[in-house]
Design a protein around this ligand. Structure first.
Ligand SMILES: NC(=O)c1ccc[n+]([C@@H]2O[C@H](COP(=O)([O-])OP(=O)(O)OC[C@H]3O[C@@H](n4cnc5c(N)ncnc54)[C@H](O)[C@@H]3O)[C@@H](O)[C@H]2O)c1
Length: 337
């Protein structure tokens, strides 16, 4: 029996070729088709991968009974229509972040997938980063104590987009990390930002999240910044940790720092003592997050498992992005989710 997952990739712009390279090199996958509406993109892939059949429209391939799954790496506004076609034709779906632009669309896709017993996996890449997985494990073991708050910074001087703002472009990564680490969805979102380069397309966005448990989180994204920073800082009652995606080999630092409470002291201020201990860099097994993500998708397709970044996880991220957009448009008004 053929054990390979027969896959099509849609979209070979900037990011799609990374998915193609990874899926192509995995033994459990065979890429049967690449679909792209742009001739230049099609030519690029056909010269690099002559074995892959190249098409210009998704509808040309969905009747193929051999095809099991489709991976979508087109720009965000096209995700919903393409994803709907994929699920309607009975194929499993991988879709790049963000799942859709509207939460009702993500809900509809989830319902369709559930009715047809199909898989939706969203490309929340950092949930497959060994450093983030390690961080999640030590949080679950209680090593950091109770988590107080998380803040993330994803800034650089980079590709300026003219439709999708910095929030929709970058924040899905940070939001998916926050939801994964806290295992909780926020109840309130506040977002402010500014568009300097293209009217109406924010270059910098600051978003704050409140959770029912009292935890908070903050996400700073920008493509108009002198620094290249991709960091997540987690502050707990026992320890603190920093995940730095731009520091290969030392992605995670755990700080034995905190404020201890000494019971029985007369005055409250006097009973708080600072603890400044060691900084530890754990050895984390290497592994390309994108390869891990692709392997996970293939495993889910073959063994009918629910992906870690499933359609519900994708929906939760879209709900936050949508609320943040509403807050942005309303000058930072708090929006309940
Ligand atoms: N996981 C990550 O780290 C990461 C990084 C970058 C981009 N992305 C995501 O990948 C997706 C693509 O981003 P990009 O920067 O490669 O975009 P892009 O605009 O460079 O490429 C999109 C490609 O899709 C094709 N396309 C668009 N609509 C189509 C349609 N209806 N049918 C067939 N082809 C179509 C375009 O011709 C183009 O070649 C986005 O969702 C983005 O958020 C993820």
């Amino acid at each position: 029996m053929d054990k390979k997952v027969h896959l099509a990739v849609v979209g070979a712009g900037s990011w799609g070729p990374n998915l193609i390279r990874n899926f192509y090199n995995l033994k459990s996958c065979q890429i049967d088709y690449l679909v792209d509406s742009d001739e230049k993109a099609r030519k690029k892939i056909s010269s690099q991968y002559p074995q892959i059949e190249i098409k210009s429209q998704l509808s040309e391939i969905l009747d193929d009974p051999k095809l099991q799954a489709v991976a979508i790496a087109t720009s965000a506004p096209s995700h919903y229509d393409l994803a709907l076609q994929v699920l309607s034709s009975g194929k499993d779906l991988y879709v790049e972040k963000p799942l859709t632009l509207k939460s009702y669309q993500a809900e509809k896709l989830n319902k369709l997938a559930s009715d047809k017993n199909l898989i939706i996996m969203v490309g929340h890449l950092l949930m497959y980063h060994p450093g983030v997985i390690y961080l999640k494990q030590i949080i679950e073991k209680g090593e950091l104590g109770d988590i107080y708050y998380i803040y993330t910074t994803r800034v650089n001087l980079g590709k300026v987009r003219d439709q999708e703002n910095a929030l929709w472009s970058f924040a899905p990564h940070d939001l998916s990390i926050i939801l994964y680490l806290l295992d909780e969805t926020p109840t309130e979102v506040v977002s402010t930002g500014a568009a300097f380069l293209n009217p109406g397309v924010e270059d910098v966005v600051f978003t704050s999240l409140k959770f029912k448990s009292g935890k908070t989180a903050h996400v700073h994204v920008s493509w108009l910044d002198p620094h290249k920073i991709r960091k997540t800082t987690v502050v707990g009652s026992k320890k603190m940790a920093v995940f730095d995606d731009a520091a290969p080999g030392e992605n995670l630092r755990i700080y034995d720092k905190g404020v201890d409470y000494q019971p029985g002291m007369a005055d409250y201020q006097g009973s708080l003592t600072l603890r400044i201990g060691d900084i530890y860099i754990p050895k984390i097994p290497a592994g390309e997050p994108l390869k891990n993500e692709c392997l996970h998708f293939l495993d889910c397709v073959q063994n009918r498992k629910n992906p870690k970044s499933d359609g519900i996880n994708g929906l939760n991220v879209v709900k936050i992005l949508q609320a943040a957009t509403q807050s942005l448009r309303d000058h930072g008004k708090p929006i309940n989710i």
